[in-house]
Design a protein around this ligand. Structure first.
Ligand code: AMP
Length: 459
């Protein structure tokens, strides 16, 4: 498929109404009236990642990091706090993220800091601060961690959430856009999301955007009485954003708007054409979405979101979003260095995996349980547990329990293959009981041989 084919317009489902701080305050007040918050609750829009959800988190982090690593992205960790101005300048003062959703704080020293609402500006900052522009280009970075946005909490939309993030600095080539998309698509595929669909658009560059913007503004002005109040303001400050407003009246207007693709300059047109050709060659399912502009100011040329095609529920919200930002680094360093990146929402991916009942194997599940009886057995057990640890065996135990039946019940619940039982008598005889939990068969083994014995049994 090439650019000249008319984009089939299809919007991502759920409403993402951008709430004004006043609305948010009102919302929270009325919520508080209904149900007073106590200090024993997480703050609104934030949640604990409970032990049962950790395997999902671990798996997504592990796969995103190892895939990124394979494609040459090096891991970097930046502070959760940055100067607020970094986002005002980088993400853009007119974006919802900065205008309405940034958590800021004034330090005792007087600095205005912000909890990072996204990764790209901090990574651009790190790239410049550490002189990475003098390294062989492109420089490819991977990051992951919590991000914060003070939006209206709703399904799949939180105030603290986690992202994995990749950025490529220093190459204008369309293959970089494709590598970014391909990597993200493969991460989802490998997690079990086989129906990922890439929604894609090109919003042009600083040369051709003024022209497409002019056409769009002329069109929107004629319809302005039917736009929502937010979009009336956007028409003045950030008209492209009217295109991805999720209010029904605005959606209808957006569908009839002049397409950005029709006004791309020659260079943007051939860049995008090449990106789409690559997508075809790689057989990645995609949909040209002429209303996709994404919420951030810095994007140029390719923008994309990845959704699960068969999802009719809230999970059809974008799982991953990204694009090219060829003018962002220049904003900070005066150097003309292009960039391209993407971020995946870990909670959204987890919600989808759970909704689809995709099982995630618990990593580090013990196969052996160590039961003990009596004080001298407890001390001996501790020493022996350390032997197992040094030999990389995960052995479950419960030293605070005295009853053997309770300990074996726990072993059954954990579905271990073997239990070790050490009582005072066994300590005296320098031996330990090895019990096969499936057959119930028991044997007495010399303590000095037990690690080797378990090693053989679990081969
Ligand atoms: P963005 O940084 O806005 O480009 O978003 C990248 C990805 O982060 C999205 O595709 C979502 O999966 C996720 N995401 C964005 N905002 C939120 C939020 N408020 N709550 C949960 N996930 C989010």
């Amino acid at each position: 498929m090439v650019v000249t084919k008319i984009a089939k317009i299809k919007k991502t489902g759920k409403s993402e109404n951008s709430a004004k701080p006043k609305d948010l305050e009102k919302d929270e007040k009325s919520k508080q009236e209904k149900k007073p918050k106590t200090i024993l609750q997480t703050p609104t829009g934030m949640s604990d990642i409970l032990p049962q959800d950790q395997p999902y988190f671990d798996k997504i982090l592990k796969i995103s990091e190892s895939f990124s690593n394979f494609y040459g992205f090096e891991k970097i960790s930046t502070p959760i706090l940055e100067f607020a101005e970094l986002f005002e300048k980088g993400t853009g003062i007119d974006t919802d993220i900065v205008e309405k959703e940034m958590y800021t704080l004034r330090t005792k020293g007087g600095d205005l800091l912000a909890l990072r609402p996204e990764f790209t500006p901090p990574l651009v900052r790190a790239y410049i601060e550490h002189g990475m522009m003098s390294l062989p280009q492109p420089v490819k970075l991977f990051s992951a961690g919590p991000v914060f946005r003070y939006g209206r909490p709703q399904a799949g939309r939180y105030r603290q959430f986690h992202q994995f993030n990749i950025e490529t600095f220093g190459s204008k080539r369309p293959v970089v856009d494709i590598e970014t998309i391909y990597l993200c698509y493969n991460i989802l595929y490998s997690l079990g999301i086989k129906d990922a669909l890439v929604k894609i658009n090109s919003i042009g560059c600083r040369d051709c955007r003024p022209c497409s913007k002019k056409h769009l503004i002329n069109y929107l002005k004629k319809k302005q009485n039917f736009l929502c109040p937010d979009c009336k303001t956007r028409l003045k400050n950030n008209p492209l954003r009217v295109l991805d407003c999720k209010k029904e009246s605005c959606e209808q207007i957006a569908r009839g708007a002049p397409q950005l693709l029709d006004h791309l300059c020659k260079a943007c047109h051939s860049h995008f054409k090449r990106v789409l050709e690559f997508l075809d060659e790689l057989k990645i399912p995609y949909l040209l979405d002429s209303c996709l502009v994404r919420g951030l100011d810095y994007y140029t040329r390719t923008v994309f979101e990845i959704v699960a095609e068969n999802e009719k529920s809230v999970s059809q919200n974008a799982l991953i979003g990204g694009g090219r930002y060829d003018d962002l680094i220049k904003l900070f360093s005066k150097k003309d260095i292009p960039g391209c990146g993407a971020a995946g929402g870990i909670e959204r991916i987890i919600n989808l995996l759970k909704e689809r009942e995709v099982k995630v194997l618990q990593t580090g599940k013990p196969e052996v349980f160590f039961a003990q009886l009596g004080d001298s057995a407890k001390i001996r057990a501790l020493k022996l547990l350390e032997e197992f640890r040094k030999n990389n065996f995960l052995v479950a135990h419960s030293l605070s329990r005295d009853s053997l039946s309770k300990q074996l019940n726990l072993a059954n619940r954990l579905k271990v293959k073997y239990s070790l039982i050490l009582g005072e008598e066994e300590v005296k005889r320098d031996s330990i009981i090895l019990r096969d939990m499936k057959t119930g068969k028991q044997s007495l083994i010399k303590i000095s041989n037990i690690v080797k014995e378990i090693k053989n049994k679990l081969k």
